[in-house]
Write a protein that binds this ligand. Structure first.
Ligand code: C5P
Length: 409
């Protein structure tokens, strides 16, 4: 998904301590810069055994800071200057040794020194651990990790998987793209903290036989962007997705379904335990009355098979009809090809939901950008054309505002 510069104006100190995962820091620097951040790289001596300051300078566009004795700083206080300028310090990779140093408040090299010298209230410290699984599991490391977390550091990962040493387990550093997403999410206002949000996304697939079916051109991008934006805003998010090949946003619980009936069966029990329901899925209106157990073959007569259709359940309307105590705050989408606003207004009343998000179906299906109009009881509000993630973040703000105005769901 194309990413508008979500880190525009942010100054990130990216610290590298020693570990094979230093190779991922190069890609991470690129992604942070692409997202609009300025990146000041700080490397320990050990990190320079794994990747050179030349690479990191070229990618960040700034000389790497590597020594607390660097006389180029006019006041000779690199640790103060670096930590005062930063919106956040991200140490990736954070080695077992580096975390141990932080836990002890050591300050005998530049990176741990500037972490210690940072103004704790203004300059968050994020750590992406990277180490062998035995090192990660060792009680000393676990003790140190608990200590640095108690001291205010935020841990990103580690993940489980293949390790450079050939072993498999916990301790892998998150991938560069995951770390970049974590940092972007970190800076989003937590407008939905404590809320639970349920989203449907993508098309449905209504089987004709085991190899064929009817579906539509929905890509799922808008719904996935809403799930991501809500998770970034601090919500617990469940995403019920039709058949799409999109990556699950970090921190989101995903339930995959195929048909409208399966989507309804997944949504209904979940709806009661969520505060907000956003129906972005392009649910097929009809399904074949019967789905053949075996592939329907040509019979040589030249006659196509006669297909009969039945109407699918309306998932959004079903949720909106739940008793008030069990009903989440409902948001519907209206993808129309003409008279978009008039249809959206009617749909809002017909489905009994407080908010409908109108868009032009043919102009948005499959695309990365969109243009939305929010239709509620008070009137209309346009969200101008933008990439779907930016629009999703704006929609999250609008949902949070309306819920707060109503005193919550
Ligand atoms: O009736 P229409 O399909 O135009 O309504 C669109 C809205 O209703 C969307 O929010 C869509 O996710 C939802 N919907 C649904 N179940 C259906 C049809 C639509 O949840 N069977």
């Amino acid at each position: 998904m194309s990413e508008v510069q979500a880190l525009q104006g942010r100054h990130i100190v990216l610290g590298l301590s020693g570990g094979v995962a230093c190779y991922k820091a190069a890609e991470l620097t690129r992604l942070l810069v692409k997202a609009g951040a300025t990146v000041q790289v700080v490397m320990t001596e050990a990190a320079q055994q794994f990747i050179t300051p030349v690479t990191m300078q070229a990618l960040s566009g700034r000389p790497v800071a590597a020594s607390q004795w660097d006389a180029r700083e006019p006041n000779n206080m690199a640790h103060i200057n670096l930590s005062r300028q930063a919106d956040a310090i991200l140490v990736a990779p954070a080695s077992a040794d580096f975390i141990a140093r932080l836990a002890q408040g050591r300050a005998d090299e530049l990176l741990s020194l500037l972490c210690l010298a940072r103004p704790i209230e203004h300059c968050p410290l994020l750590l992406a651990p990277a180490m062998n699984r035995e090192m990660w599991a060792h009680p000393a490391t676990q003790r140190n990790v608990a200590q640095v977390a108690a001291d205010g550091a935020r841990l990103l990962g580690p993940a489980a998987g293949d390790q450079a040493c050939g072993e498999i387990g916990d301790g892998r550093m998150l991938e560069a793209a995951e770390l970049c997403d974590e940092l972007i999410a970190f800076f989003q206002p937590k407008l939905l903290a404590g809320r639970r949000l349920l989203v449907t996304a993508g098309p449905t697939f209504e089987a004709i036989d085991p190899v064929r079916g009817i579906t539509n051109l929905s890509s799922g991008k808008m719904g996935f962007a809403i799930a991501r934006a809500a998770a970034e805003a601090g919500a617990e998010v469940t995403l019920v997705a039709g058949p799409v090949a999109l990556a699950t946003p970090r921190g989101v619980v995903r339930i995959d379904v195929q048909s409208a009936e399966q989507m309804l069966a997944a949504v209904l029990p979940q709806a009661r335990r969520h505060d907000v329901f956003v129906a972005t899925a392009a649910v097929a209106d009809w399904r074949p009355a019967q789905s053949a157990a075996q592939k329907i073959k040509k019979d040589g007569s030249g006659q196509p098979p006669a297909l009969a259709f039945v109407e699918n359940p309306d998932i959004l309307a079903s949720v909106a009809r739940l008793p008030a105590a069990e009903r989440p705050w409902c948001v519907g989408f209206a993808a129309e090809s003409h008279d978009v606003l008039a249809h959206a207004r009617q749909k809002r009343v017909r489905k009994g939901v407080p908010l409908i998000v109108a868009n032009n179906g043919p102009a948005t299906f499959g695309r990365d950008d969109n243009e939305l109009v929010l239709v509620d009881a008070d009137g209309e509000q346009a969200l101008p054309r933008g990439d779907k993630l930016t629009l999703a973040r704006q929609l999250v703000i609008e949902i949070a505002r309306r819920m707060a105005a109503q005193g919550g769901a």
